[in-house]
Ligand binder design. Structure first.
Ligand code: SF4
Length: 55
């Protein structure tokens, strides 16, 4: 079982919130907000929380 956390930026709007994609065996299974991003400070809007569904 291969589990990775990928730090990236939300693609939906110009705010550029930081998020973390949780990847299990090559498949994105969950989106979490970046707690260290100064933009969103551990928060996401509903679109950001569902980035993994979009991908
Ligand atoms: S999480 Fe929401 S506010 Fe932040 S960049 Fe994505 S769409 Fe914009």
């Amino acid at each position: 079982m291969d589990y990775r956390s990928i730090v990236t930026t939300c693609p939906y709007c110009a705010c550029g919130c930081g998020l973390v994609l949780e990847v299990l065996d090559g498949r994105i299974v969950c989106t979490l907000p970046s707690k260290t991003s100064p933009t969103n400070q551990g928060k996401l809007c509903i679109k950001g929380w569902n980035v993994h569904e979009f991908v």
